[in-house]
Each structure stands twice: as structure tokens, then as C-alpha cells.
Design a protein around this ligand. Sequence first.
Ligand code: SAM
Length: 243
Amino acid sequence: MSTTHFGFQAVDEAEKARRVRGVFDSVASKYDLMNDLMSMGLHRAWKAYTIAVSGVREGQRVLDIAGGTGDLARAFARRVGPTGTVVHTDINEAMLRTGRDRLLDEGLVLPTTICDAECLPFPANSFDVVSVAFGLRNMTHKERALAEMCRVLKPGGKLLVLEFSKVAKPLEKAYDWYSFSVLPRLGQWVAGDAASYRYLAESIRMHPGQQELKAMMKAAGFGHVDVHNLTAGVVALHVGIKC
Ligand SMILES: C[S@@+](CC[C@H](N)C(=O)[O-])C[C@H]1O[C@@H](n2cnc3c(N)ncnc32)[C@H](O)[C@@H]1O
């Protein structure tokens, strides 16, 4: 069995998937509150920007991968309207259930499916847009997941990868202090779970930076990839076109 990383630790590949599941089982019920607190609400602006860049129109078919509690799926559903389709998916049942309940409370009934991004249960060339927000970092075989996203997109379709990235140099010290000193304490205080938020900080440091991810997307089959740095690179939106 090959090894990979879970945060800063080297672990077996199967062990990583098990531990990632443990993290999201643990945080699911407090996920939305923690997202607002940790990002001071900024995740809403990053997601709104992603939706704007998607260019999604009425009647289109959208696949939201690692959709969790459904922020992007909800916004896409409003854009595609009753003639379009948004499929809300995640590998984790607790996250997906929390999202589905929230969407139902808002009057939205979307097709919801548990699925692993590395092995998508959809035919080739079936979506206009595929999105993955803050999910790629947690996947064991990122190249495999990106190739799957490319496969299910129609030619000319767009992949949106919103993910933490490499912050601008002058901010590195302050960002490290916030990530490793403040986040785990906030996690302990609000969700009773410091370890999951330490994993968050570590997994961000292990994730490929802007240019490396762009190269991975090109290798996965995207003919054109644009990178949008947000909040000085704390987050980046990679937009890949299947040519
Ligand atoms: C940080 S949450 C992001 C949720 C949501 N997209 C958002 O932006 O708020 C990361 C999600 O990735 C999911 N995930 C991790 N590995 C996955 C995989 N291999 N396939 C699909 N989803 C995965 C987790 O279950 C979790 O719900």
C-alpha cells in the first residue's frame, strides 16, 4: 500500500480516507458556523465570486463535488432554474445529510448522491459545469479526481476549483500564527474539536500552490486553465476549460 499525507503526517492511502471521514463526521453539525467564524464571513464572498465566474445559465447541468452543506449547490440551483439540474454530491454522509436538510428547509429539492470524486458515477460529457469548493485538498488521488471531473464535463464545459492556496509572502507569518494558534483553539471552543482544525491548517500547507495545481489540471486534460487569486492567495479559484 502506498503512503500519502494526512496533514503533516505520512499515512497509508486507505488510512487517509478513513481519517478524512472522521474529520467531517466530527465537524458536520458545526461546519457552517465554524466556516463563518474562521473566515470572518469571507467564504461567502469567495463562493459568490465562484458563482459569478461560472457563467452558469438557466437550463444547464451542474455537478457540485464535495458539496458538503450545499452553499454552491444552492446558488447554482437558483441560477439554472426549474429547467436545469444541480447534482449535490459528497463522499461523507453526515455532511451531505446536513446540506440536504438545509436545502430542503429552503424549499430546494436537489438530486443528492454520496460519491467519491475519484470514481464518479456519471457518464462522460454530461455536465456544463463541475465545481469543487474546499474539497480537492482532502482527496487522496487528486490527479485521478481531476481526470474524472474532466471526463464528466461536456466539451467546452468548465471546472471550478475553489481551494486554499499559497498566501502572498508578506502575509505568511501572520497567516501561520492565525492557522496554528487561533484556529485549533476556535475549533476546541466552538466545536469541541481542536484536532480537526489543526488538520485543516496542515492540509492547506500540504496542498499544491497556484501554479502546481494549474499544471495538474492541464495534465488531467483541461486545455485552458485560469487562476484567480483571492484575498492575497489565501484562496485561489482555478477555472479549467475542457477543450
Ligand atoms: C471543507 S468541506 C467543503 C464543503 C463545501 N464544498 C463548502 O465549500 O463549504 C470538504 C468536503 O470534501 C468532502 N470530500 C473529501 N474527500 C472526498 C472525495 N474523495 N470525494 C468527494 N468528496 C470528498 C468531505 O466529505 C467534505 O464534505
